[in-house]
Ligand binder design. Structure first.
Ligand SMILES: [Zn+2]
Length: 493
């Protein structure tokens, strides 16, 4: 927990993120991103878009509203089924998620449990209110959507969207026509989703308003088999760490060794895994893929794998994204309820496309970067990939006199064109290093007396704490080689 306190305190102090409405005491389940947190977030979104929209020229980004009318979420099944089991303390009135109470006691996932299972477990384990020791009322289903009324008289109602996916499904027909009826077709959305969590907890992990980045790919399994086979061929030998539903342990296997999964599934699974290792630069030991069992997955998901990260600050493995094969459940539901034709013509008649969904909790992924990057042994420092870090470099004058501030300002101006860079002159040089270590600025450049003599400066690496000396003419090239990974810091020592 010291780890979590240290990281959370750094996040607040340095401008990454903190609980929303802080000056009013804070509101559970909501977070604000500060100036550095927002940069990290925007960089992550950009890399996510570049990576996943780059998987196919017919994958595109769309934007849809946060509020949907009642009918849309009725058709999707959310009005009837999007609920958690809630129990209330009969003495103090506190509410809890039933599955979480059970989970804390038995130490394994209980999310799949319904009202009956939870009631049984509560009596079997003799659970009582963690706040006051009181007994619980009968478990109830609690719909997690936020209801909103539309218009002055509230004659129409809607909901804040519980997921971004529905906006994509209801736009399938329009985009299919606009994109000249090409499939596979991918529609992605990055935006807010809202869930009225009974007891939000664990910081960015479970929130009432959060960001999702989702990509829905529409295709016909038999017709587009060849397209995906070709794509999969290129990455089929890649190794991933994975735990199948019927395996006891996590194993490292090649994608092509995974049985019973079609190329359209394996291709996207491999690419998600690659994103975690190559773009987010997480350690393979910190990431695994886990197949959900029949009990755990939603009834409309034919196949469901979660990507999980081993969080130091959250006590172990937690889901950060998922890959779901949803069959044609979604379009079928919307066709039925809207009466719009959502099928497409094929040689064998009309067919409703199937969907494979890549779903990322953006805030959870941001927290993965912070959790994984945060080091607090001899000093506090943050190890972030240069592509994602809010700041790539910082420039200082060694002292605040003898023309060094002016010279360092020139250096800053020259770097600013190519990098996310900051210029600082306050505090001692040691304090400036410490401040930048804490926020993950990988390279600190210092202008000293030699700079005035020979036009060279030092570059310090955050991890090694060592310095190299380079000329101002070469400085931008050296930094870009380091940031893009073309050269390592050790090549210059
Ligand atoms: Zn109580």
């Amino acid at each position: 927990m010291a780890e979590q306190d240290g990281l959370e305190s750094m996040c607040r102090r340095r401008g990454f993120l903190w609980q929303s409405s802080e000056i009013y005491g804070g509101e559970a389940g909501f977070y604000d991103y500060g100036h550095l947190g927002t940069k990290l977030l925007e960089n992550w979104k950009k890399e996510w878009k570049d990576f996943f929209l780059g998987l196919d020229e017919n994958y595109h980004l769309i934007n849809t509203p946060n509020i949907y009318p009642h009918r849309v979420l009725d058709a999707s099944g959310h009005v009837d089924h999007f609920s958690d089991v809630m129990v209330r303390c009969e003495r103090c009135g506190a509410s809890f998620r039933g599955d979480h109470l059970v989970e804390e006691e038995i130490g394994e996932n209980a999310e799949w449990m319904g009202k009956e299972e939870i009631e049984e477990k509560i009596s079997e384990l003799e659970l009582s209110c963690p706040e006051c020791g009181g007994t619980f009322s009968e478990p109830k289903d609690f719909n997690m959507m936020f209801k909103v009324s539309l218009g002055p008289t509230g004659e129409k109602s809607g909901f804040l969207r519980p997921e971004t996916a529905q906006g994509t499904y209801i736009n399938f027909r329009r985009e299919f026509r606009a994109l000249r009826k090409q499939m596979p077709m991918g529609l992605a959305t990055i935006g807010s989703a809202f869930r009225n969590e009974i007891s939000p907890r664990q910081g960015l992990y479970r929130m009432r308003e959060f960001l999702q980045a989702e990509l829905q790919i529409f295709f016909l399994p038999d017709k587009h088999e060849e397209v995906f086979k070709e794509k999969f061929e290129v990455i089929k030998d890649k190794k991933i760490r994975i735990k199948r539903a019927d395996w006891k342990d996590t194993k490292e296997v090649e994608l092509c060794e995974l049985e019973g999964l079609a190329p359209f599934y394996l291709f996207h699974l491999g690419k998600i895994y690659e994103f975690y290792l190559d773009v987010m630069e997480l350690d393979p030991e910190e990431i695994r893929v886990r197949e959900l069992s029949e009990d755990e997955k939603a009834f409309y998901n034919k196949i469901h794998f979660d990507i999980e990260m081993d969080f130091d600050t959250l006590g172990g493995w937690k889901e950060v994204s998922g890959l779901h094969y949803r069959g044609n459940y979604d379009l079928k539901q919307h066709q039925k309820e809207s009466n719009a034709t959502l099928s497409v013509p094929t040689e064998e008649g009309k067919k409703i496309p199937h969907v494979i969904e890549l779903s990322f909790g953006v805030d959870r992924n941001i927290w993965s970067l912070l959790d994984s990057g945060y080091h607090s042994n001899d000093r506090d420092w943050l190890d972030l990939p240069s592509k994602l870090a809010p700041r790539q470099a910082a420039v200082f004058p060694l002292v605040r006199k003898d023309g060094l501030p002016e010279k360092s300002r020139e250096v800053f101006k020259k770097l600013e064109k190519d990098f996310r860079v900051t210029w600082e002159k306050s505090g001692s040089i040691g304090k400036r290093y410490a401040r930048n270590d804490e926020v993950g600025t990988r390279y600190c450049l210092t202008v000293d007396y030699d700079t005035i003599e020979d036009n060279t400066l030092t570059i310090r690496d955050i991890e090694r704490k060592e310095q190299i000396r380079v000329s101002i003419e070469e400085m931008n090239d050296v930094l870009s080689d380091l940031i893009e990974g073309k050269k390592g810091f050790e090549d210059y020592l």
